[in-house]
Design a protein around this ligand. Sequence first.
Ligand code: AMP
Ligand code: GLY
Length: 428
Amino acid sequence: MNLLVVGGGGREHAIIKKLKENPQVETVYALPGNGGIAADAVCVPEIGAKEIDKIVEFAKTHSIGFAVVAPDDPLALGCVDRLHEAGIPCFGPDAKAARIEASKVFAKNLMKKHGIPTARYEVFDDPARALDYLRGGGVSFPTVIKADGLALGKGVLIPQSLQEAEAAVKSIMEDKAFGDSGNEIVIEEFLTGPEVSVLAFTDGRSIVPMVSSMDHKRSGDGDAGLNTGGMGTVAPNPCYTPEIAEACMETIFLPTLAAMRAEGCPFKGCLYFGLMLTPQGPKVIEYNCRFGDPETQVVLPLLKTDLLTVMQAVENETLGGLDVAWSHGAAACVILASGGYPERYEKGKPIALPRSLPENVTIYHAGDALAKDGILVTSGGRVLGVTAAAPTLKEALRDAYAAAGAVEFDGKYLRTDIGKRALAALEG
Ligand code: AMP
Ligand code: GLY
């Protein structure tokens, strides 16, 4: 069977490598893919992940048996709806269900209406009213201001004072720092507690949570610096105990599925729950309508069941009858970024990979390209994700860092404390 995967980052590389474990898989096409993915799939750099017409046309002319749409943008643009119209089975939510990520206002109102625990909030479409609300004295700081729409993961600001909050409203709603994504904003209560990412397979009725994980979003050690797309991950997340998992299933996961069905947009695909374990219990920080990046790079290596079989069960709405098994070990992913990321950075630096890797280590390619001479060069902020799987988190981190140290490119930047908090939680 030929497969098509839309996207071109480390997450897509992890999905492709896992799909290829199925012996029925012949060719995997990646649209657009990237330099490193080209070793595992036929990349089509001419077709970007948002070019829905071209993606559908490509699928129709390359006898695609199953498609996976991984990034948020094509999902929100209705890529899955269009592939289905063309008769191509695929994994991912339709555009209506993708609103759970594409509109924070939709997600917050869904949670309020259906009693799903989340931060208290107000919605504004008028900057003057938002400023009145902030100045009214009822808001405590820090507070959280979110642009309604997709903003490359950057649409969340956490002002520490009224002044900073006023500047944030002006930047999002008047200066349009995130374009039309900022036509509406959510102002919400600041929550505290450990953060947990839970990705889950769901066919709209059944839900199968994957192994939990922990992202490291800030650029610097000790969670200093700017927010990034994620500088590293570990799985499982030691803060997410079986008792908490059970509570999340009852108060968050099943109610979210029921809410989406009740709103006429059942969710099929991978639903990502960004959770905060607050003193009042687990609450939803955000939903994503897709696999997380770089969470996928630590979660899928621990999946024992064939990924294509799981994805087909989601598409066919037979997930409830499938036994999905996970390895009992742990995984760690260390991101190697271009110096300067998430701000300005240089591209085109040649990458030297280790000649051989231990069997438990995989390098997922996120932001690289093949130069004309066939040499792999950097082409993005996050360049590579080095993942190790091992019986314990300590061993996984040791092996991931050893391999990360053996990769070379000019300006290579990495956090040195991925998993440190998780290890402390395990030991404490
Ligand atoms: P998001 O893009 O929604 O994942 O938000 C980015 C980050 O902002 C999250 O990972 C949290 O660390 C933080 N954040 C978002 N909402 C809140 C909140 N209500 N309280 C505290 N931190 C938050
Ligand atoms: N790692 C966070 C995300 O994928 O949104």
